[in-house]
Design a protein around this ligand. Sequence first.
Ligand code: NAD
Length: 292
Amino acid sequence: MTTVGFIGLGIMGGPMAANLVKAGFDVIGYNRSQPAVDKLVGQGGKAAGSVADAVRDADVVITMLPDSPDVEHVALGDDGVLANAKPGLLYIDCSTIKPDTARTVAEQAAKQDVRVLDAPVSGGEQGAIDGALSIMVGGDAEAFDAARDVFDAVGKTVVHVGKAGSGQTVKAANQLIVAGTLELVAESIVFLEAHGVDTDAALSVLGGGLAGSTILERKGPGMLKRQFNPGFRTELHHKDLGIVQAAAREAGVTLPLGAAVSQLVAALVARGDGALDHSALLKLAEELSGRR
Ligand code: NAD
């Protein structure tokens, strides 16, 4: 049986680890706060008391952490993943982080016998629960092939997109599209409500045409009800749009609409709504029209 060490059992990591248990992997989980570990144990996993505990006997290690410094700390730290890896370990980082951090981790791992993939995901909490994530994978093709069974347990659309760091670059584009689309859905709701249109009916017909999208379908109904419990926290999307802007600058390309939406997401965080779902962009759109 393949032993998977899973570090970071939050909104996404928790259900992903549970799906690995269901698929027959021996999963040993570690999280900074204990309740998430207890939950995994209730679902058939094992508890680790530290990163080292989760990694020591693992054939595969997965991290699902908030941000680049978290991954640097857990992967490269003194008692981290690489320090405790057994030879031949396959290390998959599913967090959304800076492409250059992903490349640094891969370079460090190459100095010892550890294969690394950057494999950020899309599909949200529901996609994680359903084992239906889209996973964009950077790294060696051979490591990608070796990870197939693990990816199949948590994802539906799993694509190798290139060398180390490429998964994160594709994920940055994903976050640009998601933020822009969410903002336009939010503005459309404000617009429709201002005209007194039946918004349930409107969203339903919009969903069947060219304006239809997974975002409209999944987020629209909750936005109409002003349900902004995460889901995906706005502060995480703010982090991702910082990654997008830096990567765009590095490549010498301009993202005018991306820059605008990134400022709106920054404003939502600055007004104290960073812990709400990113669909709370609707709150800001209402305020800008004096309708809140
Ligand atoms: P989360 O905050 O719910 O989960 C992160 C978990 O990591 C928490 O349980 C936290 O306690 C734990 N953690 C943090 N530092 C740790 C450490 N040093 N050691 C052990 N555990 C530690 O976040 P999330 O929503 O699950 O997102 C995780 C990553 O996935 C982020 O990079 C995010 O951008 C990305 N992502 C999230 C979604 C989503 O819809 N929530 C979708 C796609 C991608």
